[in-house]
Ligand binder design. Structure first.
Ligand code: TXA
Ligand code: MG
Length: 539
C-alpha cells in the first residue's frame, strides 16, 4: 500500500475525510499524540487499525467526537457527570468511559460493555471528524509497543505503507496521550494519567480513585480495567532503566557505567555525558510530557547498550510522564537515595576473601555477594530473552539457559564479552541497589559488598571504603590447589588469567595480609567497626 503524505490544508482534510468515509485509515494529529483514525461505526475499517498497528484484539479504542451532541447515541444513558467534565476539560486531553450503546461495534470496545469517548481540541482532528461526519475510532498511531508518535515523522517510521494516509500537522502540543477516567466504576477511577491531572478531576468529581495499574506492574493473570495497561508499552529497542536521586548522584552513576550508555536527562544536563538525550525541564512536567516520547525514540538513534533515565517528579502532569516511563523501563528502577555505609570487600583468587565474607555474614553483617547477584541476573526472563536474541538457541539446553555454554560463547571473544556485559550489567546494578535498600530497610547502618571483580567494577565509587584481603602468591597457590583439587599447572593458569594482587590493592583503602585466617577475619571486622563508628559520628 502507498501511504499518502498530506499537509493540513483544507483540500488535504477533505481527502482524509473521504478516505475515512470509504473505510480507510488515516493518521491525524491531535493535541495529545497522533491518532490512527477510522470510522468507529464500520467494523471492517476498525479491524484495519488493529492489523496496521499489530495491536492485540482485546485492547479497546477511544471514540473521538467533534461535539457533545454526538454522545447520547454512543452511550446507554448519558452520565450527567460527563457534562461537568465536558464543560471544564473539553475540547481537550481527557477521555471519559461510560456504558456503551448498541451502536458501537464490539470491535471498537474489544467486547467490553463500555466505550471511551474524547472530544479533542486540535483543529485538524476536529475538521477531520466533522467532514467525515462519523465518530472516529483512533488509537495512537504507532506500532503497538513502540513510543507514541508526536510528529508525522514518527508515524511514518512506524506505519508507512501500512495506512492510507498521514496528515502532517506538526508537533503535538502535549505529547502524552489523554487522561482516561471511567465513570462505569462505583467511584470514578483514573485509568491513565495525562495532562488533565487527578487533582483537577477531583475538583469536578469529588472523590476519585487511581488504578493501581498506573504505578504497578499487573499481577500475572490479573484482568485490568483498561486492557491497554497489560501490554509492553512505549519501549525503545534499547533497554531503559529509571534512576532516582539528585543530578549529582545521577551524574556519578552514569560516569561509572562506561561508554556504552545513554543518559536521558533534563535540559542543560546532557553536556556532562558522552551520549545523552534531554526531555524537558526538571521542574516543568508539561515540558517533560512534550519531549518524552520523542526522547524514547531518539535513544535508539544513539546506538548504545543501555539508557538510564532521570526520574521525573510525579505530581500533577508529572504522573503522566512517570507512568509512561515505568512502562518504557518495564518497571526497572535504580534508587540512588539511601543513607547507609557501604564497605567493599575484595581480593585475588585464593586470598581467603570468601572465608572472611562468610565469617562476617555469620557475625550478623549484611553481606551482598556480587557473584550471587550476577547469577541471579541471568535468571530474569527479560535478560534470558535478550541473551537468546544475542547468542542464539545454542546456549540453551532443553530450552533452559546453560550458564556453562553461555560462558564458553560469551568469553570466546572480547566483543562477545562486551555484549553479555551490556545485557547483564544493568540488572546486576539494579539488584545491588535493591540489596542496599533492603539492608537499610532492615535497620542496618552498614553493609558489605563482596565483589571479586572490584578493580573492574564501575560502581566501586559507591563504597565508602574498600578492604582488600591478600596473601603471598605461594600461599594462594597452595590454597587453590587444595580447595579445588587442581594441579599446579591448572592453578597457575587460573591465577594468571585474573588480575594481579597489585590491582586489588590499588583500588582498596585497606589491605589485610591473610597469613592466618583467624586473625584476618577479626582484623577485617575491626576495620568495619572502626569505619562504622567514624561514619556515625560524622553524620
Ligand atoms: O490521547 C489519546 O487518547 C490518543 C489520541 C489519538 O486521542 N489515543 C490513544 O489511544 O491514546 P490508545 O488506543 O493508544 O489508548 C487508549 C487507552 C488504552 O489503554 C485502552 O485500553 C483504553 O484507553 N480504553 C479504551 N476503551 C476502553 C474501555 N472501554 N474501557 C477501559 N479502557 C479503555
Ligand atoms: Mg497507544
Amino acid at each position: 500500500m502507498v501511504t499518502l503524505h498530506l499537509d493540513k490544508s483544507e483540500k488535504s482534510i477533505d481527502t482524509a475525510a473521504q478516505i475515512i468515509k470509504d473505510g480507510g485509515i488515516v493518521a491525524v494529529p491531535t493535541e495529545t499524540v497522533y491518532g490512527l483514525a477510522a470510522n468507529a461505526l464500520d467494523p471492517s475499517a476498525v479491524r484495519k487499525i488493529f492489523s496496521a498497528k499489530g495491536r492485540p484484539q482485546d485492547n479497546p479504542l477511544i471514540v473521538h467526537v467533534s461535539s457533545v451532541e454526538e454522545i447520547p447515541a454512543l452511550v446507554e444513558n448519558v452520565d450527567e457527570r460527563m457534562y461537568l467534565l465536558a464543560e471544564k476539560f473539553w475540547p481537550g486531553p481527557l477521555t471519559v468511559i461510560q456504558k456503551k450503546s448498541s451502536l458501537i461495534p464490539s470491535e471498537v470496545c474489544a467486547g467490553l460493555d463500555t466505550v471511551a469517548i474524547r472530544l479533542p481540541s486540535n483543529p485538524v482532528m476536529r475538521d477531520v471528524i466533522r467532514k467525515s461526519s462519523v465518530p472516529i475510532a483512533a488509537p495512537s498511531a504507532n506500532s503497538s509497543g513502540k513510543p507514541s508518535p508526536t510528529t508525522a515523522e514518527h508515524v511514518i517510521t512506524d506505519l508507512d505503507g501500512k495506512i492510507d494516509a498521514v496528515i502532517d500537522g506538526g508537533e503535538c502540543d502535549y505529547g502524552v496521550e489523554s487522561t482516561v477516567i471511567t465513570l462505569a466504576t462505583p467511584v470514578p477511577m483514573l485509568l491513565r494519567p495525562g495532562a488533565v491531572t487527578a487533582e483537577e478531576l477531583k475538583e469536578v468529581l469529588g472523590r476519585i480513585e487511581i488504578s493501581h495499574a498506573v504505578f504497578e506492574k499487573l499481577d500475572s493473570g490479573e484482568k485490568p480495567l483498561s486492557p491497554g495497561m497489560k501490554y509492553k508499552h512505549y519501549s525503545p529497542n534499547t533497554s531503559v532503566t529509571i534512576v532516582k536521586g539528585s543530578f549529582e548522584k545521577y551524574r556519578k552513576f552514569i560516569l561509572s557505567q562506561g561508554d556504552d550508555v545513554c543518559a536521558v536527562c533534563f535540559k542543560g544536563e546532557g553536556a556532562y555525558f558522552k551520549k545523552s538525550v534531554e526531555y524537558g525541564e526538571e521542574d516543568d512536567s508539561l515540558s517533560q510530557c512534550h519531549g518524552f516520547f520523542d526522547a524514547m525514540r531518539k535513544v535508539d538513534e544513539m546506538t548504545c547498550g543501555n539508557a538510564y533515565v532521570r526520574c521525573p517528579n510525579w505530581e500533577g502532569a508529572g504522573l503522566a510522564v512517570y507512568n509512561r516511563l515505568l512502562r518504557s523501563a518495564a518497571f526497572k528502577i535504580i534508587d540512588l537515595d539511601y543513607n547507609i555505609g557501604i564497605i567493599g570487600l575484595t581480593g585475588p583468587i585464593g586470598s581467603g576473601k570468601s572465608t572472611v565474607s562468610s565469617y562476617l555474614a555469620g557475625k550478623g553483617y549484611y553481606v551482598i555477594d556480587a557473584d550471587i547477584l550476577a547469577r541471579r541476573a541471568v535468571e530474569n526472563s527479560e535478560i534470558i530473552e535478550k541473551i537468546r536474541l544475542e547468542f542464539g538457541d545454542d546456549v540453551f539446553e532443553n530450552n533452559v539457559l546453560s550458564r556453562s555454554l553461555l560462558a564458553k560463547k560469551a568469553f570466546s571473544s572480547e566483543e562477545n564479552t562486551k555484549k553479555l556485559n551490556c545485557i547483564t550489567h544493568p540488572e546486576i546494578t539494579r539488584l545491588t541497589f535493591l540489596q542496599i535498600h533492603k539492608a537499610q530497610d532492615n535497620g542496618f547502618d552498614v553493609c558489605v559488598i563482596d565483589a571479586a571483580l572490584m578493580p573492574d567494577w564501575g560502581l566501586r565509587y559507591i563504597c565508602d571504603k574498600i578492604i582488600c584481603v591478600d596473601a603471598p602468591e605461594s600461599i594462594r597457590i597452595e590454597r587453590v590447589m587444595k580447595r579445588d583439587n587442581l594441579s599446579l599447572e591448572n592453578t597457575m593458569s587460573r591465577i594468571n588469567r585474573q588480575r594481579k594482587s597489585e590491582d586489588y590493592r590499588k583500588c582498596s583503602d585497606y589491605t589485610v595480609e591473610n597469613f592466618d585466617e583467624n586473625i584476618s577475619k577479626k582484623t577485617v571486622e575491626r576495620i568495619i567497626e572502626y569505619e562504622r563508628k567514624n561514619r556515625n559520628s560524622v553524620s
